[in-house]
Design a protein around this ligand. Structure first.
Ligand code: ATR
Length: 282
């Protein structure tokens, strides 16, 4: 690895969360900065909830240029930000913040991350039927991407019907012609099934039954650790094309890097970094 010196002109970036020491982003973003020989560092900042209100002032004082936001602050940071991108406004969550002349602007690159991960798999959404599992923050980002790409039919299944109905209302507010329904009987086949719930993270549970999985032509589970969830195992066994959330994680980072630097992110270098990080934690 090339060593770039740290000096009085070094720019500061980082990630806030709690915990944050598990994050793969410091390594991935540092690789990207180094590739472009940018004099920048990216550090993890474990932040306590009660410090959030004064965080942006503190970051301003120390010259922070931009930062990522992870669990549990993606939604809680929103009210402190003077400006939000359109998708962050819709999703109600922010994972990327950039220093601007007005102060700070919040973005949600999970939406772009998902869209680019489909593009990498050569999957198009326009006029397709999609079954979405979950209605939390990640589901909102993905649903926004799907509605932007003019999905033909969206069916949402979620444990709490109330949360799914909230998501449906939000979607109809931006496009009232969208064919969207919640927890209905699923009769037809789907081009794509997307799991955004945390079911499968512990490696032993599948979010829906095999019958429903077999009605789908493609399956994506946004979980990336473990890399093969029970859902993906069923899909694989049934001969259904499937992939995990590693590309979504990669491309949300790619989009964040490009927002901060306005330079093309070195995608393959960042992918390599994620693969190495995953190999270490396993
Ligand atoms: P994220 O930001 O990763 O989307 P989140 O906003 O906490 O996280 O959302 C988690 C999603 O997983 C929700 O859809 C949640 O369902 P509820 O809306 O009913 O809470 C779903 N989820 C979490 N644990 C679950 C479980 N054991 N069974 C089914 N769904 C679950």
């Amino acid at each position: 690895m090339t060593y770039l010196s740290v000096n009085g002109s070094t720019k500061l970036y980082g990630i806030i969360g709690n915990p944050v020491n598990h994050s793969f982003s410091p390594e991935m973003q540092t690789r990207a900065f180094q590739y472009h020989k940018l004099n920048s560092v990216y550090l993890p900042f474990p932040i306590q909830e009660h410090d959030l209100p004064r965080l942006l002032d503190a970051f301003k004082l120390i010259g922070m240029q931009g930062f990522n936001v992870t669990v549990p602050y993606k939604e809680r940071i929103v009210k402190f930000l003077p400006e939000l991108s359109e998708e962050a406004e819709f999703i109600g969550a922010v994972n990327t913040v950039k220093r601007t002349h007005k102060g700070w602007k919040g973005f949600c690159t999970d939406e772009t991350g998902f869209a680019l991960s489909l593009e990498a798999q050569k999957i198009t959404i326009k006029n397709k039927r999609v079954l979405l599992l979950g209605a939390g923050g990640a589901a909102k980002a993905i649903a926004f991407a799907l509605s932007q790409q003019k999905v033909r039919q969206l069916r949402i299944i979620n444990r709490s019907e109330e949360n799914a109905l909230d998501l449906k209302t939000k979607l109809l507010n931006i496009d009232n012609s969208l064919d969207v329904a919640v927890n209905t009987d699923v009769e037809n086949e789907f081009d794509l099934l997307i799991n955004t719930t945390s079911v499968g993270m512990k490696g032993d549970e599948c979010p829906i039954g095999e019958d429903l999985i077999k009605k789908c032509k493609n399956v994506v589970d946004i979980i990336y650790n473990p890399p093969i969830t029970p859902l993906l195992k069923v899909a694989e066994k049934s001969g259904i094309r499937n992939f995990n959330g590693i590309d979504m994680l990669l491309y949300q980072g790619v989009a964040a890097f490009e927002i901060w630097t306005e330079m093309a992110a070195p995608v393959e270098i960042m992918r390599e970094s994620l693969k190495n990080s995953l190999a270490i934690v396993k």
